[in-house]
Write a protein that binds this ligand. Structure first.
Ligand code: 16G
Ligand code: MG
Length: 548
């Protein structure tokens, strides 16, 4: 590929040359993240990577510039596969090598990637990209463009989009429109048409059917929620707060802040019993919450959404007379009560996989209807082609059971409300609202389905977090030696308790999760496990005891 030699020319001019000795890891879930000021050369290299990935896949791929829920000075970049999925696992090593190769070796590393993956270099690459609202994102988008320009590939710059919107665009292009139209209007029209078919606002004499208060995390989700609201007529009234007009991105607001702190965000005048929700910085996560009459804050996280969605869809599948395998996929962070509820009340199969969207997405694809959610609010539903075709057949049948046909018609609308490419705060919000409407439930009734076990998350700073090695979908550790026994011993002293630790994929820390029957016990358990990690895995800085 002769274009590869122009890469060296650029680097010789010291533009986008590697500026640090530090090694960057391609985290399997998040691509590359770091301080935005250090990232232009990384984004340039990810641009090169995306071109090769597109040639390898012989399809359009996407590049998203965002650091999601991380603070505003951070940024990041990730590659989106042709159907909106994460990049293949087999490419992670090459991605890491490409980013870490010295400038003088970059040409060779690119060539090796081409050889390793038997890439047809003549295939015309196609890369779609977008960015979130961070001030550093335009500068990084320029670095990306510089890489793409060298390869004469088809490039589409969508400007500012939510992460799931970009995933949607890429899939639309590769399915030649059958998934939807690859424009923002196409996205809003698809989702809103399906939502309106369920909500039928025309029957409500000009009154709003449902209303929500949205914390936009001062990010892209606030802008896009305002955009889609124009398509939703009187089906949903949205009051949007933290819209980026003054506050800082993700600062004391947003889905991650609310989930981790288990408190309402700043900037949202949470009203009694009102349905409130928070998006994260790139709008691929959503969590709900409300304040009850006793003034208590209740959080409805990804687990609550998963149970709501799985329970409803399961009933609809049965009502359509279809024999489809529906299952839920969670991670170790799923609250024990939710797993219990799914298995024992809904009687739906549930699997547990490692943290990170790609693991959940992959496992969900094993089901005809796969519902996956991380407790942090990231998730979606996958309908297999088989499921879609069977639902459509019942819906299109000229004769047959009218109740089954009605259920199938409705299910088809639900299929279109969902962004199946990846978790999508806006689409998930519409999904939840549609189900609550169908059920006639308030947020409190939804919350009352089961009670979460009190839980606590903590972070422990260690010298080298990779000394922690996990197994069994991160629920147990195999290294350092003795740590798991110590955790088991601690956990055994608490009632209905569970705890696990894992190295973060996005921060230089070890995460601790604990749950028990009271908040005090969950806090105390988390603290004891954190201390064990600190003592046995090379703690650095403040001992967790000081934080407890
Ligand atoms: C990333 C992942 C998210 C995961 C989180 C865990 C994607 C798109 N995002 O944000 O799924 O929950 O990392 O972060 O895969 P942690 O490893 O720092 O706990
Ligand atoms: Mg996100």
């Amino acid at each position: 590929m002769e274009e590869i030699s122009s890469v060296s020319v650029i680097l010789r001019r010291n533009i986008f040359s590697r500026r640090t000795e530090k090694t960057f890891n391609f985290t399997e879930s998040a691509g590359f993240r770091g301080k935005a000021v250090d990232l232009d050369w990384i984004v340039f290299r990810v641009g090169l990577l995306s071109v090769l990935y597109s040639k390898y896949k012989k399809a359009t791929v996407g590049v998203m510039i965002t650091a999601s829920h991380n603070p505003e000075p951070d940024n990041g970049v990730k590659v989106v596969g042709p159907m909106g999925e994460m990049m293949e696992g087999s490419w992670e090593l090459s991605a890491t090598e490409l980013i870490n190769s010295r400038d003088e070796d970059l040409e060779l590393t690119l060539q090796q990637t081409i050889n390793n993956f038997c890439i047809d270099a003549t295939w015309p690459a196609s890369v779609y990209f977008a960015r979130d609202t961070r001030p550093s994102s335009p500068m990084l988008a320029e670095a990306l463009c510089k890489a793409l320009e060298m390869f004469h590939c088809t490039v589409k710059d969508y400007g500012i989009l939510s992460t799931p919107q970009l995933h949607y665009m890429v899939r639309c292009d590769n399915t030649h429109g059958s998934y939807g139209v690859p424009t923002e209007a196409g996205y809003y029209e698809k989702l809103s048409k399906a939502f309106l078919a369920i909500m039928q606002p025309e029957s409500n004499k000009g009154q709003y059917i449902a209303s929500v208060m949205i914390d936009g995390a001062n990010g892209v989700g606030a802008l896009k929620a305002a955009d889609i609201s124009k398509y939703l007529k009187h089906s949903l009234s949205m009051s949007i707060f933290n819209d980026g007009s003054h506050g800082k991105l993700n600062y004391k607001c947003g889905a991650d802040h609310v989930k981790v702190s288990q408190t309402a965000p700043e900037g949202v005048p949470v009203e009694l019993a009102a349905r409130c929700l928070s998006f994260d910085g790139d709008a691929d996560r959503v969590v709900y919450y409300y304040i009850d009459e006793g003034g208590k804050f209740s959080l409805l996280d990804g687990d609550k959404i998963a149970t709501l969605v799985a329970g409803f869809l399961n009933e609809m599948v049965v009502a359509s007379g279809l024999n489809l395998k529906l299952g839920v996929v969670q991670t170790a962070y799923a609250n024990g009560s939710s797993t219990n509820y799914i298995s024992n009340v809904l009687k739906v199969p549930v699997s547990c996989v490692s943290t990170g969207v790609k693991h959940l997405h992959h496992r969900a694809a094993d089901y005809d209807v796969g519902v996956y959610f991380e407790a942090n609010g990231h998730g979606t539903v996958l309908f297999s082609d088989k499921a879609f075709n069977m639902i459509r057949k019942i819906s299109n049948a000229e004769s047959g059971d009218t109740c089954q046909k009605e259920a199938a018609d409705k299910l088809l609308s639900f299929v279109d409300v969902v962004n199946q490419t990846v978790g999508d705060a806006i689409s998930d919000m519409l999904l939840v609202e549609a189900i609550l409407h169908e059920r006639g439930w308030s947020i409190q009734q939804w919350n009352d389905l089961y009670n979460d076990l009190p839980n606590r998350q903590m972070k422990v700073k260690v010298r080298e977090r990779t000394v922690i090695v996990t197994t069994d979908a991160e629920r147990k550790t195999t290294a350092p030696a003795g740590l798991q026994d110590r955790i088991d011993e601690i956990v055994s002293k608490y009632p209905v308790a569970r705890a696990f630790v894992r190295p973060s994929g996005t921060e230089d820390i070890v995460r601790v999760y604990a749950e028990s029957d009271t908040q005090e016990k969950a806090d105390s358990l988390a603290c004891k496990v954190a201390q064990a990690v600190y003592d046995m895995a090379g703690g650095d800085g403040d001992r967790p005891a000081e934080l407890c």
